[in-house]
Write a new protein. Structure first.
Length: 535
């Protein structure tokens, strides 16, 4: 981690010279000096001792060198009429806002300063964030919020709550128009959690960031439960269990570099396309390996990430929400330099079944890609929805429908490749042609049917099996026959439900030309205010 405590180079200010071009700028310079002093050595040490950076240090890592321009540095906190507790009167009111370039493209950001009243959000602090949100939306550029905050500023009462509501409102107005990214780099308590959860991606730094609606003290008071900050709302918890955090990194510098990387896949707004990045290399020998990747034994797992890496431009796969609902893999990759959103069932985890969490994870990703003109590729190997009381009672019907809805509603180019299993509802859900998928291809290893062989023969031959002297042997024989005659890609191919059964080794080539053919896809949807996704 690099510390940049000496921040005087952040603005082009000549502090020693009170006379500029013969004019007396004393007052101007004094204000600058006072502002600079807010980032005292002690303030820096306080943050650094916790493994955290100062707000401005974070901004300097996020933006291209020398491009960040701060605005509203000299606003002061609101006066409080019936305030309670101490207020610190600092310039800036505990948040830096401004604009600059990230990999040469315009971006807006705000960064909360924990050293000013715990980064808490008062009226002026909120007004600054809203100002930069408005600018980002107007200019059609991404906004990144760096959050290090104790939530609503208690001293300012309802004005802080109103400030949060104003931020949430802008988050919602900007949703699907500009990419919004939240980076949690300290506490995000109370109101501080809801803006991130509306934004498109949440980054957290391991061990030093925590998100919770109410902290461990309140949990103890209200529920008499003892829980640590880490166990209640640490980065690991949100990345693995709640799914709130999409990306976690070990330190702040790498977290911010991760944000830069993510942005390299995204357009600046919903009217643009993603930037073209020419890093593709011929992968001939790797493509051959695709023929071997699906095991002969239909119940043997393999890693779908290998398939992704073999198909996409070398090293271009950037996985999102890697630790959450690992039975589905989502992320961005580049095909011949162009960004594609990937949704792939993972046979290595829960046999690739669709459950509540994986459906929600993939559905939100499909919605994001569709909002920002990012074409979609589904890699399918899914035996069906995960059965069981727990899933049914927790609403797999409603949550599974989210993925169905998201695919059906997406108007970007959409392609599916069936690698192996494509059974039942999962066949429909994973971007099938009748759901509006533009091209559906299948490998010769594909198994497309209403249900898997064992389940099918148990229903179709119940009588024969119950009367058989050796039901296990009979079931095995019937299942093998079913697999051979029914559960293959050729019936679907002959009926036109898939466009082509392809040799796995030409998958990349096939996809490049298919996505090229879909480049000018134009869909006119029925006129309506908005659909009603099963939330
Ligand atoms: C005003 C606050 C503050 C707050 C922290 N501070 N939170 N000031 N309003 N919400 C101040 C502290 O008084 C202290 O000031 C300084 O920030 C640092 O705080 P510490 O507690 O010393 O730091 P630390 O031990 O690191 O703990 C950080 C913390 C803790 C976990 C964030 O401060 C905390 O639990 N704060 C309250 C969190 C919370 O419940 N927020 C919810 C607010 S209600 P001094 O002067 O001593 O340095 C809310 C509802 C909005 O947000 C709903 C919208 C939907």
């Amino acid at each position: 981690m690099y510390y940049l405590w000496n921040l005087s180079d952040r603005v082009n200010r000549n502090q020693n010279n009170m006379d500029i071009n013969g004019r007396n700028f004393t007052k101007f310079q004094e204000r600058l000096q006072k502002y600079e002093k807010q980032n005292s050595k002690e303030a820096a040490e306080k943050q650094h001792s916790k493994g955290k950076l100062l707000a401005y240090e974070r901004i300097l890592i996020l933006f291209d060198k020398g491009t960040f321009e701060e605005i509203d540095a000299f606003v002061t906190p609101a006066a409080i009429d019936k305030g309670f507790g101490r207020m610190t009167h600092t310039y800036g009111d505990g948040v830096i806002i401004g604009h600059g370039k990230i990999s040469g493209r315009l971006a807006f950001a705000y960064a909360q300063d924990f050293n000013v009243m715990g980064g808490s959000l008062g009226a002026v602090h909120a007004a600054k964030i809203i100002k930069i949100q408005n600018m980002a939306l107007k200019m059609g550029a991404p906004i990144i919020g760096i959050i290090d905050s104790g939530g609503a500023r208690i001293q300012e009462g309802v004005a802080s709550l109103a400030g949060y509501a104003g931020i949430f409102y802008r988050n919602v107005q900007s949703s699907g128009v500009i990419p919004q990214i939240s980076v949690i780099m300290g506490p995000a308590a109370g109101g501080a959690v809801y803006s991130p959860s509306i934004t498109d991606f949440v980054f957290m730094t391991n061990k030093t960031s925590h998100m919770f609606v109410t902290g461990p003290n309140v949990v103890k008071e209200v529920l008499n439960q003892e829980v640590s900050f880490e166990d209640l709302g640490g980065a690991e918890v949100h990345a693995r269990k709640s799914g709130v955090a999409n990306m976690i990194y070990e330190d702040e510098e790498n977290t911010l570099l991760g944000v830069r990387k993510l942005l390299s896949y995204l357009p600046s707004n919903n009217l643009e396309n993603s930037p073209y990045v020419c890093i593709s290399e011929p992968q001939k020998e790797i493509e051959e390996r695709l023929r071997e990747i699906v095991p002969d034994d239909a119940n043997k797992p393999y890693d779908v990430k290998d398939v992704i890496n073999y198909i996409f431009d070398k090293g271009s796969f950037y996985e999102i929400s890697e630790l959450f609902a690992q039975n589905i893999v989502i992320g961005f990759g580049r095909l011949d330099g162009k960004t594609i959103g990937i949704i792939a069932n993972q046979p290595k985890v829960l046999a690739g079944t669709l459950d509540i969490n994986s459906s929600m994870k993939a559905a939100r990703f499909v919605r994001f890609c569709d909002s920002f003109n990012i074409p979609l590729l589904a890699l399918e190997d899914v035996p069906g929805f995960l059965p069981g009381v727990d899933q049914e009672h927790s609403g797999i019907i409603r949550h599974g429908a989210k993925l169905l809805y998201a695919f059906a509603d997406a108007t970007v180019p959409r392609i599916t490749i069936i690698l192996r299993k494509s059974y039942g509802g999962a066949y429909c859900v994973m971007n099938s042609k009748n759901l509006g998928g533009d091209f559906n291809f299948a490998w010769p290893t594909a198994e497309i049917a209403v249900m898997g062989p064992e389940g099918a023969v148990a229903i179709l031959y119940r009588k024969e099996l119950s009367e058989s002297e050796d039901p296990a042997k009979l079931k095995k024989e019937l299942a093998a026959k079913y697999r051979n005659e029914i559960a293959n890609p050729y019936i679907a191919d002959e009926k036109g439900f898939i466009d082509e059964v392809i040799d796995p080794s030409i998958t990349r080539k096939k996809l490049i030309s298919a996505f090229e053919a879909l480049e000018n896809k134009h869909v006119v949807s029925p006129s309506r205010k908005h659909g009603n996704i099963p939330l």
